[in-house]
Design a protein around this ligand. Sequence first.
Ligand SMILES: *[C@@H]1O[C@H](CO)[C@@H](O)[C@H](O)[C@H]1NC(C)=O
Ligand SMILES: *[C@@H]1O[C@H](CO)[C@@H](O)[C@H](O)[C@H]1NC(C)=O
Ligand SMILES: [Zn+2]
Length: 415
Amino acid sequence: MKSLLLLSSLVSYTYSAVVPRAEEQVDYSGFKVVRLELPEANSDIEAQIEELAAHVLNPGKTSHLDVVVAPESVDAVTALVTESSIINEDVGAALAEEGELLIQEVPAESWFTAYHSYADHLTFLRDLQGGFTSQSEIFTTGSSVQGRALTGIHIWGSGGKGSKPAVVIHGTVHAREWISTMTTEYFAWQLLTKYAGNATVKALVDKFDYYIIPVVNPDGFVYSQTTDRLWRKNRQTVSSSSCVGRDINRNWPYKWEVPGGASTNPCSETYKGQTAGDSPENLGLRTQINQLRDSGGVTLYLDIHSYGQYILWPYGYDCNLVVHNDAQHRSLATRAAAAIRAVSGTRYTIGPACATLYATTGDSTDYTDGVGNATYSYTYELRDTGNYGFTLPASQIQPTVRETWEGLVSMVKDA
Ligand SMILES: *[C@@H]1O[C@H](CO)[C@@H](O)[C@H](O)[C@H]1NC(C)=O
Ligand SMILES: *[C@@H]1O[C@H](CO)[C@@H](O)[C@H](O)[C@H]1NC(C)=O
Ligand SMILES: [Zn+2]
């Protein structure tokens, strides 16, 4: 975070050069990330904090909130609590460290050294599939509010297409979590490019059919590149409010109605929607899960997010309920966390979602468990633990995708 001025002018230059933009891009120069310790009964204070903050980075957390705040609002927001600390002095400078969006042609390993535009992510998938036409296929499942198809790659092994139970992997449901796009793509890239030369990988591909969608919230993802880097939700409107976006991961129609794990306020980062499952993206995703449940069954479901370094499993909606195969979930997660740590020392916290992190209702893993009949359902929260947060520097993409891949390998071996 030296040369702040230089870095922030650099980032606006590189982003505008690469990504066409419909609206002026939000300039986060001088914005701070402030950690606010919350008192026990805090719903009023939380609402006031949401009003003042540009973004809440960890909505739902009850012990403390990390918020992005304009310099002129820092005093007002810290005055709401008795204890606070500044964890990032300049969000604009952190964005500059994230590196520029790179335009690129073929899926070489160097793909994983930079972040990319949505159009290039689609090209990546098509190019990858094009190299392995006898054991992969591009599929879509529904489309976004703005009409973008939810696009994934289906990978199979020696048993042939659709012959094995499913491993389903979703990425980038929260638009700003760009490292999850890169990580899910790395999974697909490894499974296909290592199949012929690595017996371990071949065995994993022969064991399951893989369905990987790197960006399940394309509208939000595009918006995070053109307009607001810290955008989380989709881009759906409601007539009653000028605020935009549903949190697709609070919109799944299972325990959606349970209070406390999502917001009914359209302006909140965790707005659950007007009715269960009323986002088109969720319709596409649950259609996929239901179809796979009714065909070969789902053995493993992974929803890849950032940040915090957690591996979580059901339930999100109730902190006291224990899933029937909790011990097996814990066993797979323990071994996956150890595999990740063995690569690079990165430490993950594991546990049931609500009890370990915070309450979430209408979330993906409760649905894949409760309705999708998946044997295992996990949420990964990738690097880091808050230093860079959502804007992980490009230099950390390769270390992150490589370590997380070993977590996947471990889980799929054990499943
Ligand atoms: C095969 O892939 C696995 C999983 O990534 C890895 O641990 C192993 O080292 C690879 N084997 C070889 C010979 O490269
Ligand atoms: C749920 O999955 C198990 C196998 O894991 C299977 O035996 C059962 O028939 C499935 N139930 C439904 C309703 O799909
Ligand atoms: Zn997320």
